[in-house]
Ligand binder design. Structure first.
Ligand code: PLP
Length: 388
């Protein structure tokens, strides 16, 4: 099987499994316990936090461990907006982009539905990019937060985060970015990016599902989502997932160290894959920005097919990929991300996303390109009215 669905999830790396294993077995303590087992767990958690902080170039106290990317996004969007409005009741708007993951989009809609916020949606251009001017035009004195993703999970477009964060700050508004897909492929230095909050998820990086982290800058106040024992400096109550935090920190540190070599290598393979598909599959249309995209994502529309049928055919040929985001899989509605790019709903239904791990080989991608040509051809033949 050739696995081209790394944007959905990745297998756990051996180094990560080895790093987390002690905290699932012998060193199983609760970090809040006042005995040696608890202290060992607390020390492991502190080390994991320092590891994440090192990659983010922030202080360890600015990192909160969560149950994944979804929780980190919820904590950022709801937590920052609600805390800011509690301090100043006039702050009742949030800005998000038109291509956010549901973890951000639905958090903003929750604020609208339950807490009477107004949600301003900044559009994207046909490549999926948010422009600074488009963002500026939506910033108001009442804006409590801007949340714009770093890299899109369906099309791979990478946003100009530093410039967008600057524009938000010029209006006095804090800026959050969902870096779940960018992590491992793009720089994550929060000072260079100029972000106030940033979310990541472990399972996109070679660590297990159910672990994530949120960077929240210094004194930025967060209204917690979880109330209880006051763990994570009161930002996220609940006994900490020590093994998960160790796994996340290990995977993030490894991928960060490997990025200077892997990102250009995988980007070259992606370019060859894109060129082959555009060359061999008639009418194939690349979605997302041509250059400003994740090294690991190539996404297309194949008019005259349905994305789901191409997926089934590809799986028969030994290639596993996705028709868009894993979260939207199974839904018949066209992808809101593709529709936001101005793609017609019937074309959006023909989308297929290929996403690569950092260990993808030339041979696998070449074989996958041949399979795509075959699969699209078969689906189109079946869809075409038979002569006679
Ligand atoms: N944000 C983005 C951009 C994602 O791609 C995902 C997962 O697909 C998430 C958030 C949610 O992360 P998790 O699966 O860890 O909850």
């Amino acid at each position: 099987m050739i696995f081209l669905d790394a944007a959905a999830t990745t297998p756990v790396r051996r180094e990560v499994l080895e790093a987390m294993w002690p905290y699932l077995s012998g060193e199983f303590g609760n970090p809040s316990s006042h005995h040696t087992l608890g202290e060992a767990a607390a020390a492991a958690l502190a080390e994991a936090r320092s590891g994440v902080a090192k990659v983010f170039n922030c202080r360890p106290g600015e990192v909160t461990f969560t149950s994944g990317g979804t929780e980190a996004d919820n904590l950022a969007v709801k937590g920052i907006a609600l805390a800011r409005r509690a301090a100043d009741p006039a702050l009742n708007r949030v800005v998000i982009s038109a291509v956010e993951h549901p973890a951000v989009e639905e958090s903003a809609r929750y604020l609208e539905r339950i807490h009477d916020f107004l949600v301003d949606v900044v559009p994207v251009d046909t490549d999926g990019l948010v422009t600074v001017d488009a963002l500026r035009s939506l910033l108001r004195p009442e804006t409590a937060l801007v949340s714009i993703m770093y890299a899109n999970n369906e099309i791979g477009t990478v946003q100009p985060i530093a410039a967008l964060a600057d524009a938000a700050h010029a209006a006095g508004v804090p800026f959050h970015t969902d870096a779940v897909q960018a992590a491992g492929w793009c720089p994550l230095d929060v000072k260079d990016l100029g972000v106030d909050a940033m979310s990541i998820s472990a399972h996109k990086l070679g660590a297990p599902k159910g672990s994530g982290a949120l960077f929240a800058k210094g004194r930025l106040r967060l209204e917690p989502l979880m109330h209880g024992g006051g763990q994570e400096r009161g930002k996220r109550s609940g006994t900490e997932n020590v093994a998960g935090a160790v796994a996340l920190s290990t995977a993030l540190t490894l991928s960060h160290a490997e990025q200077p070599e892997q990102a250009p290598r995988v980007a070259r393979l992606r370019e060859r894959f894109i060129a082959r598909i555009l060359d061999t599959v008639p009418d194939a249309r690349l979605t997302g920005h041509r250059g400003q995209r994740l090294p690991s994502v190539a996404s297309f529309c194949f008019p005259g097919t349905s994305g789901e049928s191409v997926l089934l055919e590809l799986e028969r040929l030994g290639v596993v990929c996705s028709s868009g985001s894993a979260c939207a899989a199974g839904s018949d509605a066209p992808s809101p991300v593709l529709v936001a790019l101005g793609i017609a709903p019937e074309t959006a239904q023909t989308a297929v996303r290929f996403s690569f791990t950092s260990t993808i080989s030339d041979a696998d991608l070449d074989a996958a390109a041949v399979a795509v040509e075959t699969a699209v051809g078969r689906v189109r033949n079946l869809a075409a009215p038979q002569a006679g």
